[in-house]
Design a protein around this ligand. Sequence first.
Ligand SMILES: Nc1ncnc2c1ncn2[C@@H]1O[C@H](COP(=O)(O)OP(=O)(O)O)[C@@H](O)[C@H]1O
Ligand SMILES: [Mg+2]
Length: 399
Amino acid sequence: MKKLLILGAGIYQVPLIKAAKQLGIYTIVASIQGNYPGFEIADKVYYENTTDYRKILSIARREEVDGIVTAGTDVAVITIGKVCDALGLRGLSFEAAEVATDKLLMKQCYEKHGVRSAKFRRVNFSDENYANIISDLALPVMFKSVDSSGSRGIVKVRTESEFERARNNVLENTRSDYFIVEECIEGEEFGAQAFVQDGKLEFILPHGDYVFKGDTGVPVGHFAPYDLDPEIIKDCKEQLIAATRAMQLNNCAINADFILRDGQTYVLEIGGRSGATCLAELVSIYYGFDYYEKIIRVAIGEKVDFSSCNETDETQSGTPNASMLLMSDKDGVIKSQEDRNAATPDLCEVQFDYEVGDPVHAFKVGPHRIGHVITKGKSLDEAVELLHEALDNIHIEVE
Ligand SMILES: Nc1ncnc2c1ncn2[C@@H]1O[C@H](COP(=O)(O)OP(=O)(O)O)[C@@H](O)[C@H]1O
Ligand SMILES: [Mg+2]
């Protein structure tokens, strides 16, 4: 029996654990303790911090695992790189993982290799005169923590008077003693899921993003296909290929964030794992396979066939689908939650993350989600219409 070490036991790892079990793989989950749904379904659990490389490596060694993988989070990616390198497992390298999980290294990598990305500066927290360093950046700018995710420590700044507040927000959300400031690209945010196997990009699937405007944009839903001009799709794919090569990502899923301005794709950031907020599901529905299964098979060393994706997908012939997170507009406790939707094949999934009585937050960042809805249709319009209908039929009371 093959053994798979899955890092994280949260909402975004649950489908991975389930898919592995369905493949008859023995699932070992490592995560810090907490109210995480993955613990119940895993075959074996280690309560360890997934960023603690030594502990995770010793587990991987002791268990003689065939692969190590995660989904939907950047937190554990660095450990995956280290373990893959140390044990010769299939997955991204430590070097690639480092670049993929540090926004400064990533920006430097893009700059060096000519990947289109916002102009940026590195700023030390200790530097009192940092305004000088960033004075040649055009406002608005983004103040960014280099090592966080889920829009934490990412602040849009419109005037100099906001610098201090933004800097303090970043400081609260980082373990690093520096951060980056980059020019704001005012445009339409979108993304792509992709997979690189043995150096080959097996598919690139651009998708539209629904963005919640808080302190910064927070992706709260997605849809595919994304109806872009073929020239723009070509440009986006070129940027993604260039970025993937520059970052030396290999044998991993890719989660790319872009902003489109004046017909040009700017790379915001690229992660070496599948996307959160229903993005792995978007891939599965679009191509008609279980994406989690493919991710797992690659991780345990199989050569996986992606030929059904039709690499270029110029006709965008996949199944249209759309998703949206469920959110609360206030802090409180869930008093009731009800899904009044009738079951139909195109309503792919309604998920509640919590139970009545559980505390929830007013939505500001991705981890404040309280559930999600995924729909599909013959056309994207159909899928989106059903998504809105379905959302209207979900009633969650928070008090
Ligand atoms: N240079 C930028 N221009 C415009 N918006 C940006 C820029 N950088 C970040 N954002 C907004 O902030 C969000 C989070 O930034 P990102 O760098 O992707 O961090 P995270 O790792 O938290 O997702 C993006 O999804 C986007 O909405
Ligand atoms: Mg992002």
